[in-house]
Ligand binder design. Structure first.
Ligand SMILES: [Zn+2]
Ligand SMILES: [Zn+2]
Length: 83
């Protein structure tokens, strides 16, 4: 049994439709290195490293979904799970 993001591990596919045109979106990859204003890691630097990693592991794996038809994209948090 493994624990991780089902999308990163190829277990699950994208099942999200573009909210603009209805096209099935594609996974443009995870955005782990994204530290913008909406980053879930924003308030994490005050934690001690062991706690940080424990929390980071429980947070969803954020993927960028993009629409190949109209160019719409959005970030989706994928919950890590055992599989
Ligand atoms: Zn992932
Ligand atoms: Zn679209």
């Amino acid at each position: 049994m493994e624990y991780g993001c089902p999308l990163c591990n190829g277990i699950a596919g994208v099942n999200e439709r573009c909210s603009s045109c209805g096209q099935l979106m594609r996974d443009a990859g995870m955005v782990e290195d994204y530290y913008g204003p909406y980053s879930p890691y924003d308030n994490m630097d005050r934690y001690e490293p062991p706690l940080f990693w424990e929390l980071a592991d429980r947070m969803p794996c954020v993927h960028l979904f993009s629409c190949s038809k109209c160019g719409y994209d959005k970030r989706v948090g994928i919950q890590r799970a055992f599989f």
